[in-house]
Design a protein around this ligand. Structure first.
Ligand code: IPD
Ligand code: CA
Ligand code: CA
Length: 266
């Protein structure tokens, strides 16, 4: 098949994300959305639409590129031998989807030889599509995007999310008492991929969350980084399940310090 071209992977992912987006919006209009199962905690839910979206995405990608690997939130992983692995969140923001809050997304990334090379995050309600190619940039509906720069901590608007684990939530709530008086405000939108894209678009100044899975982070993390934000863990660690902090130049360091001091980041 030859070396995969990032632009081809991105075009494929974009088409599939749009198709999956249409499917979940149609299902919301035509069926009753119910909790089909719970996962790590009673608040960590899955609906039939999550499953339908993931199987559509898996089928389309497999039809187009049968040798690729696949890692999806609902169905787990399938190895491949092309060097490309798709990392997919079929609905990011399922609680919003359940309630009809229009902030949910289909998130599709391609790792090439272990590194995220392209990513797409599509909100099917707003119709917005963010995309990124490693080393080439990030875009919203085709227009280049840029994270905010040189924002003072006291004026920073910070997106975050709380862990599904109740004990961790209690600790995060306590940390908020230190954090909240020192920043402009906090936003808890409920879809990590959209939060990361919001950093990339300058709709918030930063994003911080513990406990993200690869499918929450892969596409949005690339997009935020390509838009100029620093995306990493704490104390020099890589971004991952332990912690993700995404912030533009001039804010990252001071926010990092505050997160550690408050105990929000472990
Ligand atoms: C969740 C959302 C939420 C974040 C959680 C994720 P899901 O994804 O992104 O904002 O706080 O950590 O698990 O379960 O809706 O795909
Ligand atoms: Ca998710
Ligand atoms: Ca999900």
């Amino acid at each position: 098949m030859g070396e995969p071209q990032p632009r081809d992977l991105l075009n494929l992912a974009t088409g599939v994300a749009h198709e999956a987006g249409e499917l979940i919006v149609r299902l919301r209009r035509t069926t009753t959305i119910e909790v089909a199962a719970t996962k790590s905690s009673p608040t960590d839910i899955v609906t039939e639409s999550d499953r339908a979206s993931e199987s559509l995405i898996r089928d389309r990608l497999h039809d187009a590129r049968p040798a690729d690997g696949f890692l999806g939130e609902e169905g787990g992983g399938t190895p491949g031998d092309s060097g490309v692995v798709w990392v997919v969140d079929p609905i990011d923001g399922t609680v919003n989807y359940l309630y009809g809050i229009p902030s949910y997304a289909v998130s599709i990334a391609a790792r090439v030889d272990g590194e995220v090379a392209v990513g797409v995050v599509h909100n099917p309600v707003s119709g917005e599509t963010w995309s990124g190619i490693r080393g080439e940039g990030a875009w919203l509906d085709g227009d280049p995007i840029q994270a905010n720069r040189q924002v003072d901590l006291s004026r920073a608007l910070i997106a975050t999310g709380f862990h599904y684990d109740p004990d961790l939530r209690a600790r995060q709530a306590a940390a908020m008492a230190t954090l909240l008086p020192r920043v402009r405000d906090i936003r808890r939108v409920g879809a990590a991929s959209l939060d990361l894209c919001a950093v990339g678009t300058g709709r918030v100044d930063a994003f911080a969350e513990q406990g993200l899975k690869p499918w929450d982070l892969a596409a949005g993390g690339l997009i935020a980084r390509e838009a100029g934000a620093t995306v990493s863990g704490l104390r020099g660690a890589e971004a991952g399940e332990q912690f993700v902090l995404a912030a533009g130049e001039g804010l990252f360091e001071s926010l990092h310090e505050l997160l550690v001091e408050s105990g929000f980041g472990i």
